[in-house]
Design a protein around this ligand. Structure first.
Ligand code: ACO
Length: 401
């Protein structure tokens, strides 16, 4: 706590908390994390139970509405989301403006932001019905937009949504269908993908969610706010970590090379970090990593494939968890450590990993944004700073400098 009177000659106190390590920016009834115990609850339900027994659509409903749906409510919600899966045909021209080797996250930032130019009719944020429609539009269209980003970068034709399929099955078909008519969804892969979506659905006030809230606090429309969230998620310390984790595991290659990388991660003069390890809030095993590890085995079995990188990952985890450095700093595998191995087995290139994270997190962003806008006490987010520049001085004409 800093006495700003000493700094500014003003009255009042403010907290100086770089990185917001101990500052709550809002209250929220969506997601609870106990980082010391490794607990994650959505509206009170443990993530392990949701991943095991629920579906992504059910979790979306839960996050948006506060309760699990009954059968009729879930069917109705599915119908609503399905009705909005198409994007305006003109949106496809946006893709053509990007270089074909563009990173799909760059494409996502642009195309999702562009939605506000297509759906003016749902940008009246003061009206709860408009907020609901734009929320449904975002959740429904994001798989279509993500699959189109993939198709564009691999040079294949876009595949239109198949509304007879599940949310996740449809996404898989739009992504991997070549030709689309012949694509058959493998139930175990559909289930694994759906589970990955559940595991990424929300995670309270992480950097991208805080970005969405901050952008939304000015009254910006939800499509613009989501684009801001996607941009923030792209960073390697956040959503980009799953791409970085798999790249790191492939670079390590074989278990005998692990000690060298462990030593590098401990060396303060080396910027290298174990990607997929450590978390701002979890000082225990990330409960999502436990489910991810189990899902790797299920996907390998269903696809009858294996990847030596999984063995390297498990050995790395074992060595790190027994190393005094990682024990003392409470660094455990996070959600990103194993997810890349599954996504790679399913056939996604590493550049798509963060896109999948953005797809799944859209519901969390939307639910958090709705929660904030519905709060009658909501204010524009406006952090203060600790000024360290020069004190007041007089302007010097250029000839005298
Ligand atoms: N490898 C080696 N050392 C690490 C690692 C790591 N992965 N993570 C943290 N540390 C060390 C830091 O060097 C620091 O040491 P010090 O106290 O001696 O300076 C200490 O542990 C604390 O780390 P901070 O960076 O201060 O912790 P913070 O809470 O700010 O960072 C973060 C959390 C960004 C996730 C960090 O652990 C990291 O960079 N991990 C790798 C990237 C990653 O996996 N990100 C995904 C996060 S989960 C998500 O976004 C879904």
């Amino acid at each position: 706590v800093v006495d700003i009177r000493k700094l500014y000659g003003q009255t009042g106190l403010f907290t100086y908390d770089p990185g917001f390590t101990s500052t709550a920016s809002c209250d929220s009834a969506l997601t609870y994390i106990d980082g010391d115990q490794g607990v994650l609850l959505h509206r009170g339900y443990p993530i392990g139970q949701l991943a095991e027994h629920s579906s992504y659509m059910e979790v979306c409903y839960l996050l948006l509405n506060g309760e699990l749906p009954n059968k009729a409510e879930l069917e109705d919600f599915n119908r609503t989301i399905t009705r909005h899966t198409m994007v305006h045909e003109q949106l496809s021209s946006f893709y053509k403006g990007f270089r074909r080797d563009a990173h799909p996250m760059a494409v996502m930032c642009g195309v999702v932001g562009a939605l506000s130019a297509f759906y003016h009719d749902s940008t009246d944020i003061a009206d709860p019905l408009h907020r609901k429609i734009s929320s449904h539009r975002l959740i429904a269209k994001i798989p279509t937009i993500a699959a189109m980003a993939y198709k564009y970068t691999v040079g294949q034709p876009f595949v239109y949504p198949d509304n007879k399929l599940s949310y996740t099955g449809n996404f898989l078909k739009m992504t991997f269908g070549v030709p689309a008519e012949e694509y058959e969804v493998i139930p175990a892969v559909e289930r694994a993908m759906d589970r990955i979506f559940i595991l990424h659905a929300d995670h309270e006030q992480n950097a991208s969610t805080s970005t969405v809230r901050l952008a939304g606090s000015s009254g910006a429309n939800p499509f613009a706010c989501m684009a801001a969230g996607i941009a923030c998620l792209w960073g390697p310390a956040h959503g980009g970590a799953n791409e970085a984790a798999l790249n790191m595991l492939r670079e390590i290659g074989t278990p005998d090379r692990i000690p060298h990388y462990i030593e590098r991660a401990k060396d303060k003069n080396d910027p290298f970090r174990l990607m997929g390890f450590g978390h701002r809030v979890y000082k225990n095993y990330d409960p999502r990593a436990t489910v991810m590890q189990k899902t790797v085995r299920e996907v390998f079995e269903a696809l009858k494939v294996t990847d030596p990188v999984f063995e390297t990952a498990m050995r790395l985890e074992e060595i790190a968890l027994n190393d005094p450095y990682f024990i003392e700093k409470k660094l455990f595998p996070n959600v990103d450590f194993y997810s890349g191995i599954i996504l790679s087995a399913i056939g996604f290139p590493t550049t798509m990993f963060t896109v999948l994270f953005a797809l799944a997190r859209t519901v969390g962003w939307v639910a958090q944004w709705n929660e904030m806008i519905s709060d009658p006490g909501q204010k524009i987010g406006r952090p203060r700073q600790l000024y360290t520049g020069p004190t007041q001085r007089d302007y010097v004409p250029i000839e005298q400098r």
